[in-house]
Design a protein around this ligand. Sequence first.
Ligand code: NAD
Length: 441
Amino acid sequence: MSKPSDLLTMKPSRFIDFLKANSINRFYFIYDEENSKLVASHQVLQSIADTITNNSPDFTKHEGMFFQLSDEYDVLMSAFVHKTNRGQAAGGLRFWQYQNMDDFFADGMRLAQGMTRKNALANLWWGGGKGIMIHNQDLDKNNPEYRKSIYRNYGRFISSLNGCYVTAEDVGTCEADMANIFSQTRFTTCIPSSFGGSGNPSAATALGVVCGMEAAIEFLNLGTLKNKTVAIQGMGNVAEPMMSYLFERGVKQIIAADINPELVKKVQNKYSNQNLHARLVDIGDNSILFEDCDILAPCATGAIINQQTIPKIQAKIICGAANNQLLSSESDSLLLKEQGITYVPDFLVNRMGIVNCADEQAGYVQNDSFFERHLQKDYEFSIYQTTLRVFKQSALNNATPAAIAIQLSDELAEQTNPIYGYRGIEIIRSLKESHWHNESP
Ligand code: NAD
């Protein structure tokens, strides 16, 4: 290990000042296959590229990472392209804050690789990528003028990348933001339905998670969802429709918790004639994870399944929509296995959001088979079939489901798009050759 770059310890606001002081408006890190290292667009930033190449556990030969300062408001915009064998790097845009630049780069790389895996496991002809905009803490992120400006700016940034990354909605980004992005670029999905897009995918995501629960129950020989108790963390866009699907399938009881009083009230009213126990909790109150239940469905935030929480979990199955539920994929999935808890990997079951976006350009039909097959039992790559396959292989190989799911998705991610294989790498190469970083945005 070499000494980490000092630039990585900087707070984002200081790093942005550093960029401005060096007259850097755009920069990139591109993987140089020949020398097995990331190359920075600017010599002054090469120490970051070297630290990532040599020290970062999240760097897995990401093909390219692109960054630009917004025209106003000092927002750092980014596009992380992990792997494009299967097609353009696709994944959502996060609007978030970070303690320091190290956390930001690590999160971008981890999320982009996660999208490669999710897209490959869903058998979509897409590679994996992720966008992040670092929120300027000095500004009110709910101000519509601010949002309009930066999301339109992000759209222009994406256009400049010539299609190696295709963006979508993610944490911190909403439908109105997607409309602003779409006004500036064609390289986006999750377009509002008023513009001919596929709209909010959350109900489909919920149904996909329920398919994962059904597969886990089948694998464990526990019958069906009928008469089961399900504990859900969160009552948001995914969790709320999930409750309907679960009650439809005859669950005995749902216990749910959220930090938002309005949502708790809404859910209590909607399901007032069902056996639902919905409670308001403080941030940091994770008691919902420890309920006496058959299935635990984390549908709020990530990293809540960890060495502290696992010993107290009573559920036999964990299956939810939240991204990156395990704090540490390796050690936490092992501990879950030791505790006899069947964990359904999140990126396997929460795919319907991206599936919903995947065929946007191909138009719409009623009961679209390209969409529906992911929710059916007989399609080889459906959520149900893939979950069963992962469990069977994990039992056979005495490995954790998370490890098997990663192995399967990494194998699929090596497959090359039958029409556009390696085009992403070609686009990145041409951006480098045309000195993208020196062009004025
Ligand atoms: P959402 O923001 O609508 O809902 C999340 C809910 O969790 C909110 O109501 C929030 O108040 C609550 N919450 C936050 N922290 C909490 C805590 N500590 N305890 C209890 N509740 C808490 O988000 P969503 O669209 O429903 O997505 C839920 C999760 O699933 C997220 O992690 C998201 O990234 C992931 N996901 C969503 C989709 C989708 O289609 N919406 C697709 C893939 C993954």
